[in-house]
Design a protein around this ligand. Structure first.
Ligand SMILES: Cc1cc2nc3c(=O)[nH]c(=O)nc-3n(C[C@H](O)[C@H](O)[C@H](O)COP(=O)(O)OP(=O)(O)OC[C@H]3O[C@@H](n4cnc5c(N)ncnc54)[C@H](O)[C@@H]3O)c2cc1C
Length: 383
């Protein structure tokens, strides 16, 4: 067993941290206030190779591994989970299925420009009636001459107000079976797709939309892989991304912990730094223990992705633990800062609001528990 990061991984972390501190952090609070994502970041991430880090060079990526992708997400989320939410929707959810199952034309027209940050992607899966219950999806794709006609609605779609295309899930048959759900690439803007910008209480520096789709025509060559029934690709994509999302909430937890520790060292109450009060030190001890546990779960999961051995239950455990831990850590950070945590000059309040979103985003904690418990009772269930 070897728990060390390679020199390349260490260097990547330093590079992304420098970029995040210099070019992202200055925009984080303003994006949170205005509820607008700084659009130039996609281009910049493309120039730096961050969007294509996880994809092979032969496909236009940088040829790094999932561990690298997790390091990048951690470092972005350490300054802004909202920015990392936009990164995740773009660099994974909106394009990973195209990389995995798309045609050459689909890769050339959508995947590669997205890696460069030239086109912004989003992923339309959740619906007003079916966030947790994907199989009950109502958006319908009806076969017509030369393509499909789509009608339906999508809810809480990250990046959609600013996206150039959406990878959209729709039902191609009425059956509640996996093969009845397919993926479509939808160019945006389109008069048949109405997107309204949602106001939020968390992840405010990313842009989220409610989408109404009315008689949208999608040509045959824009059906992912030019075939129906790509639901299993969605499941594999979500499983891998749960590890990435766990890395990002780990990053936001680290950001909150660092701010709390710094504050505890310098805040003097009754003549001594509050870090010298056992109650405060113990709180920080619990926070760093949570962070360390989440850290090793995330990087073990990333390693499993790289080995091709990640499974739905393992990814669900990692996402469940990391997101609940991030909530505990950010709340702990607020308690350490006391009244200061409510003030905008500190980040812990924003980190805490953002952590709350990940009790639901990418599948709620209850849905993760469903995925984890599904394999229970089988002989090889324990790791
Ligand atoms: C800021 C934000 C950004 C998002 N971005 C995207 C995006 O880009 N693309 C996208 O497709 N989706 C996106 N989502 C949607 C997200 O994935 C859903 O919110 C999530 O899947 C939960 O669905 P829901 O909110 O409809 O909750 P519901 O499904 O209504 O669940 C409500 C409650 O019931 C519980 N529950 C429901 N079903 C079960 C069950 N079977 N067993 C146990 N408990 C259950 C849930 O755990 C939860 O506590 C985003 C959400 C947010 C908040």
């Amino acid at each position: 067993m070897d728990f060390t990061f390679s020199p390349e991984h260490v260097q990547l972390r330093e590079t992304v941290r420098r970029h995040a501190e210099a070019e992202m952090k200055p925009h984080a609070a303003e994006a949170d206030d205005t509820e607008r994502f700084p659009p130039h970041l996609f281009r910049r991430w493309g120039e730096l190779g961050l969007l294509g880090a996880r994809y092979p060079e032969a496909d236009g990526g940088v040829g790094m591994d999932k561990v690298s992708d997790c390091i990048i997400r951690e470092e972005i989320a350490r300054v802004s989970q909202a920015f990392c939410g936009a990164y995740s929707a773009h660099s994974h959810l909106g394009i990973w299925p195209i990389w995995r199952a798309g045609t050459e034309m689909q890769k050339a027209e959508y995947f590669r420009p997205a890696l460069a940050g030239e086109k912004v992607a989003c992923f339309g899966l959740s619906e007003p009636d079916g966030g947790s219950n994907i199989r009950a999806m109502k958006t319908r794709a009806e076969k017509v001459e030369g393509g499909y006609r789509l009608n339906g609605a999508k809810l809480y779609i990250t990046n959609s107000p600013m996206a150039d295309f959406m990878l959209l899930a729709a039902r191609t048959a009425p059956d509640l079976k996996p093969w009845a759900i397919s993926l479509f690439i939808v160019r945006l803007p389109d008069a048949a797709v109405h997107i309204s910008h949602l106001k939020k209480e968390g992840l405010k520096g990313s842009e989220t939309g409610l989408i109404a789709i009315e008689d949208l025509f999608v040509p045959d060559d824009h059906v992912l892989g030019e075939r129906e029934g790509t639901y299993p690709v969605i499941l594999d994509s979500l499983t891998e991304n749960r590890v990435g999302v766990a890395a990002s909430v780990l990053g936001l937890a680290k950001g909150a912990y660092e701010e709390a520790l710094d504050y505890a060292r310098t805040r003097i109450v009754a003549g001594k730094p509050i870090l010298q009060y056992q109650a405060v030190a113990h709180r920080l001890a619990d926070m760093i223990t949570d962070i360390e546990a989440a850290h090793w779960m995330v990087y073990h999961g990333a390693w499993k992705v790289d080995q091709g051995t990640i499974d739905h239950a393992s990814a669900a455990k990692i996402k469940l633990f990391a997101s609940e831990a991030a909530l505990r850590v950010t709340e702990g950070a607020m308690r350490v800062l006391g009244g200061a945590s409510i003030m905008r000059e500190y980040s812990v309040g924003r980190h805490h609001r953002d952590a709350l979103v990940y009790l639901f985003g990418e599948g709620t904690s209850d849905v993760q528990r469903n995925l984890i418990s599904r394999g229970m009772g089988q002989e090889d269930y324990l790791p």
